[in-house]
Design a protein around this ligand. Structure first.
Ligand SMILES: [Zn+2]
Length: 500
């Protein structure tokens, strides 16, 4: 089937992926991997693909942030088939191992093949989502694969808040069917995801002088299992900010401590594994505080012994240097918020077994001179439930008073599972015809940019497929190259199913 496409393959004398099948896919995968393309640095790769498409006489539309839309007519017999949107994203996550110096702005990924897997060399591989872009290019380059009219949409900034999809002009699309190629399991079809929104609670900060006769200390929660706030939330892991809130409540009650600084969490999509507060306490009450924290710490460690066996709570005397501390009413409001913000699983799906429907992760806490900020990320498959959680956070800010406010950002709609989807039916038929068995159908509690296409193209019907990849977004990211061929077969079978 790919004989003529193979003519396109250059003489790749230095190719790392030569010999892997389908050759046309791995040619484009390798070509793309050589181009630096972290989020916000997609111009070069976008231009590269635009030139590639124009050379083939295809209609190309590149917007001002380098999103691409490429149109290719249907092949003979498919000219009047419903248009299919093919979707992938051009940006990759740029992470490197400690000690590895990699200039992601100017250097591509150095590919390495080990057994069944392709890896980066001390860096992320970027299979997420070079895979989708390479499949799209392979189809655009082909002249012997039957397919409906195609609208290939390659977005930018997916990895940093879905900025490309937010910006993309959906009115340029005529298709009502979309096939995404950013899934990572060749034995399943992906058919729905949650939407999400983030909420920032801001408490204005007032300061007061530190009392005489006090010593400084750091109260620290660490060693938690952490994890992705959407993929791992069902595991009921401890949240370091919530645990710190419990300990601060106790410390204020038992020893009248003041707070000088607070911090916790790494980003909006990670369950915080560490959090700490710099506190100030009367020297005379330090021993009692240590005993109380030790006892409470033991109880909390027992609660989380299964989910977070590494949980550590410490109180260390330290010179905290602060001359002033949070005014007591502000510290109390902050601790109330840490303990009362919705946290973890809020509801589970009654339609899809085991699926979390709504959750909240209190992901970040910090303060500067002017305010304390606590950021929550709230995924839900049901938008009214997502906004209800936001409203509860707003009510909490009203109860707190002291001028506390809530602002929301990064609102992304859900893609609800639809058992009657034509795309899903076509995917199931194509999979069965190709492999003689039924695939799993997966839906996820994570929020993907596909939710945004539902808003841009009313009535759109979507499905996602992809080969096996592990540990994406980390330097352990790897692509099982032997599963690419089965995804390619599924893709071609699906395209012929979509004639009607
Ligand atoms: Zn990603």
């Amino acid at each position: 089937m790919i004989a003529s496409a193979e003519k396109l393959i250059d003489n790749r004398t230095n190719s790392v992926l030569a010999g892997l099948e389908p050759a046309i896919f791995f040619k484009f995968f390798e070509e793309l991997s050589a181009i630096p393309r972290g989020s916000f640095n997609e111009k070069q790769v976008s231009d590269h693909i635009a030139v590639f498409a124009r050379k083939r006489g295809l209609e190309v539309c590149q917007d001002d942030i380098w999103n691409l839309l490429i149109k290719k007519p249907g092949t003979p017999g498919y000219e009047d088939a419903p248009t299919l949107i093919l979707h992938g994203h051009t940006d990759i996550v740029c992470e490197s191992d400690e000690g590895v110096e990699h200039d992601f702005l100017n250097e591509g990924i150095k590919l390495r093949v080990e057994g069944d897997f392709i890896h980066g060399t001390g860096t992320t591989l970027g299979a997420d989502n070079t895979v989708g872009v390479a499949f799209a290019m392979a189809l655009l380059a082909s002249d012997d694969i039957p397919h409906p009219p195609l609208e290939v949409v390659l977005t930018v900034q997916e990895e940093v808040g879905k900025g490309g999809a937010q910006h993309f002009d959906g009115s340029k699309l005529t298709g009502k069917r979309l096939l995404d190629m950013n899934w990572h399991d060749p034995k399943s079809l992906f058919a729905g995801c949650a939407g999400d929104i983030s909420a920032r609670l801001k408490i204005p900060l007032k300061w007061t002088d530190r009392a005489d006769g006090q010593t400084g200390a750091v109260l620290r929660v660490s060693g938690l299992s952490s994890g992705h706030s959407e993929f791992d939330i069902h595991l009921e892991r401890a949240n370091a900010i919530a645990v710190l809130g419990r300990l601060l409540r106790l410390a204020m009650r038992e020893a009248g401590v003041s707070v000088a600084k607070v911090s916790g969490g790494v980003n909006r999509y990670v369950i915080p594994g560490e959090a700490e507060a710099q506190i100030s306490v009367d020297v005379s009450r330090l021993a009692a505080l240590k005993a109380a924290i030790k006892a409470e710490g033991k109880a909390i460690a027992a609660e989380y012994s299964t989910s977070d066996p590494g949980l550590k709570i410490s109180l260390t005397e330290a010179d905290i240097e602060a001359r002033s501390v949070f005014a007591p009413e502000v510290a109390k409001a902050m601790v109330n918020a840490m303990n009362l913000l919705p946290n973890g699983v809020q509801s589970r799906s009654l339609i899809v077994d085991g699926l979390v429907e709504s959750s909240n992760t209190v992901a970040l806490i910090s303060n500067d001179q002017d305010r304390i900020e606590i950021v929550s990320t709230i995924p839900s498959a049901v938008s009214s439930r997502r906004y209800n959680i936001v409203d509860r956070i707003r009510e909490l800010s009203e109860v707190i008073g002291l001028g506390a406010t809530v602002e929301t950002f990064a609102d992304c709609p859900e893609w609800p599972y639809n058992p009657d989807s034509r795309m899903l039916a076509a995917g199931l038929a194509a999979y069965y015809n190709e492999f003689g068995e039924k695939p799993h159908v997966e839906v996820s509690h994570s929020s993907l940019e596909l939710g945004l296409f539902r808003k841009k193209v009313p009535g759109i019907d979507m499905l996602s497929i992809g080969p096996e990849a592990f540990d994406v977004h980390t330097t352990r990211e790897r692509l099982n190259h032997s599963t690419v061929d089965s995804t390619w077969r599924l893709l071609k079978a699906l395209l012929s199913e979509l004639r009607t």
